[in-house]
Design a protein around this ligand. Structure first.
Ligand SMILES: [Cu+2]
Length: 136
């Protein structure tokens, strides 16, 4: 009986050592990875932008991001039927009624300045536009 207890204890100990060993190894690997820092710099964190749409405008008139940065838009409509479109980036949101909200993501692939606008009726010409600036 004692032998089995000892055996059990030995296996448990080995198992625990094994686990902590794996953890230490992976931590060391990520810290020691010389490209880790560079990847971190290239991969900007997702840019989150909260935009309220109303007749006729957006609460955020300008968005600035880096090339290839992920952008997550939280879009709500406090007044009217609206959407959010960027032709050059193939972004076209769902259309929102008053009180609705959605969020969606896209990647800022092209460097430049692009207009985002509401594609409903004549909202765009009423001034329902903004600008996204994507920098190198
Ligand atoms: Cu609109």
């Amino acid at each position: 009986m004692k032998f089995f207890n000892l055996l059990f204890l030995t296996f448990t100990t080995l198992f625990l050592i094994g686990c902590s060993g794996v953890e230490t190894l992976s931590n060391t690997a990520s810290l020691a990875d010389p490209t880790g820092m560079e990847v971190g710099l290239l991969d900007e964190p997702t840019k989150e932008v909260f935009i309220d749409a109303f007749s006729y405008g957006y609460s955020v008139p300008e968005i600035k991001v880096k090339k290839n940065q992920r952008v997550r838009i939280y879009l709500s409509s406090s007044d009217g039927f609206h959407d959010f479109v960027i032709d050059e980036l193939n972004v076209a949101s769902k259309k929102l009624n008053t009180g609705e909200s959605i969020n969606f993501e896209f990647t800022a692939r092209n460097v430049g300045e692009f207009e985002y606008y509401c594609s409903i009726g004549n909202h765009r010409s009423q001034g329902m536009v903004g600008k996204i600036i994507i920098e190198e």
